[in-house]
Design a binder for this molecule. Structure first.
Ligand code: ZN
Length: 251
């Protein structure tokens, strides 16, 4: 399998996963033009569009792709039904097309219907987990998002986190204020700044890396709790997460 990352809009990434026969699936097409260009340049044959949630910067390219490929099935959660989805999927459903086999994971929080598509080692998780951060709580509760992140954390460490935005540098700036003594976070921040200076992408990342550098996966950390003004172990971790997310919203 080959993974192709296509920058779109200001900071989105559209992902293509391609098999050896040049079949590919398109995940969260923010726009159609850059995808159509890559398909043509590499002579790829699209076999499906996968949508993680209903936000415009994840579905905006669907109509433009369907003009060129009207038969293309579009898989997504119920909330994408009026955004072009032709096949509604639910938790633990499998999508089997050509050599692809994706398991659906329901991950509410950013939106209520948000899902991810998992085919080891690839996880297309939209706006749930970012490198160094997580999505904003637009529709769901902190508790829902916290358990969605726990669900992702239970996947193998070598899982490739294919998220939909280039937010890593800003997320690491925040991480440094939450865990200022953490050398791993400082080192990673330096690495990310260097990549961004050279206009390089910082994703995909691995779950193993995220467990070390993503503060939202470290709500159990005593120093983190202290640094955001929480008496250590005085509340459920989902409440620590809620305060951390609120703190980031104002950062
Ligand atoms: Zn979104």
């Amino acid at each position: 399998m080959e993974l192709i990352r296509i920058p779109a809009l200001s900071d989105n990434y559209i992902w293509l996963l391609c098999d050896e026969d040049k079949h590919c699936v398109i995940i969260d097409p923010a726009e159609s033009q850059p995808v159509n260009d890559i398909l043509a340049a590499n002579q790829l044959i699209p076999v499906a569009i996968l949508l993680t949630h209903h936000h415009h910067d994840h579905v905006g390219g669907v109509p433009g792709l369907l003009i060129k490929h009207p038969e293309l099935p579009v898989y997504g959660p119920e909330e994408t039904q009026n955004k072009g989805a032709t096949h509604i999927v639910h938790d633990n459903d499998f999508i089997e097309i050509k050599r692809f086999s994706f398991r659906i994971m329901e991950l509410p929080g950013h939106t209520l219907g948000h899902i991810a598509f998992y085919q080891a080692p690839y996880l297309f998780c939209g706006d749930t987990l970012f490198s160094g951060g997580c999505g904003r709580l637009f529709e769901g509760t902190a508790e829902q998002m916290f358990s969605s992140l726990e669900k992702i954390s239970s996947l193998p460490d070598d899982t490739l986190i294919c998220c939909a935005h280039e937010y890593t540098a800003a997320n690491m700036a925040f991480a440094k204020t939450v865990l200022p003594e953490n050398q791993t976070i400082h080192d990673y921040d330096k690495k990310i700044l260097k990549l961004r200076e050279n206009h390089q992408a910082t994703v995909p990342t691995t779950l193993q890396t995220e467990k070390k550098i993503n503060v939202f996966l470290n709500c159990h950390h005593i120093d983190l709790q202290k640094n955001i003004g929480i008496k250590p172990n005085s509340m459920p971790l989902s409440s620590v997460f809620q305060q951390l997310r609120a703190y980031k919203d104002q950062f």
